[in-house]
Design a protein around this ligand. Sequence first.
Ligand code: SF4
Ligand code: SF4
Length: 207
Amino acid sequence: MRMPRLTTNDPSQNKSLSISDPREKVSKKMVLDLGMSYLEKMGSGHICKVCISYGGSCCSGCEHLSNGVGCTLRNTSCTAWLCGFLKFLLYETGHLQEWNDYWEQVPGQDHRMDFTPETFFIHKSLHVQSLGNLSEALAADLQELARTHSAIGFIFTLREKIDRNIDQFIFYKDDPVKKNRLKRSIVNLSSPFHRFHIALNDYRAIN
Ligand code: SF4
Ligand code: SF4
């Protein structure tokens, strides 16, 4: 689960962590703060709220999850990880590649923990995006789908399918035939997201 928890040193105020080429030394804290600010600004909280209310939290069963406190071991791995819904949001708005490229340079990511050193070098930036309207729209679509579909876990099955298709889309980036097939599949899977698509059209019109 994304669990946004902003620190007082909020890098989103600067809209990015500016990295001057060729490389810059950063602290793990800076990277975590930026990641959390990014998730907050993209509006992940709207989507997580719906997901969690239907029992789909990705933190379920984690030993670092504390009742009433949330995550007690904020780490680079969980911050970098995106579920299918959040991945879809960045995929459609054209920011997924930048997100992936940024986190690929952060060492020591592991399952629900990290071995990331306190300082390290990176050379790619991450620019915080305000996607709150889109997240809200997607959250409303998910809420409606979860309410109206009798199949248990309908939205979570959808989340996994979208996730798989986007991963493959990235994997086959140099294969136009497979890429197009996957793109069509993602369009089909996301066709029930009516509010989201309206918000996306508005977003694309001004970006
Ligand atoms: S699976 Fe996705 S939407 Fe659900 S809690 Fe985790 S990050 Fe949020
Ligand atoms: S460490 Fe556990 S509680 Fe914390 S974000 Fe990761 S999965 Fe969730």
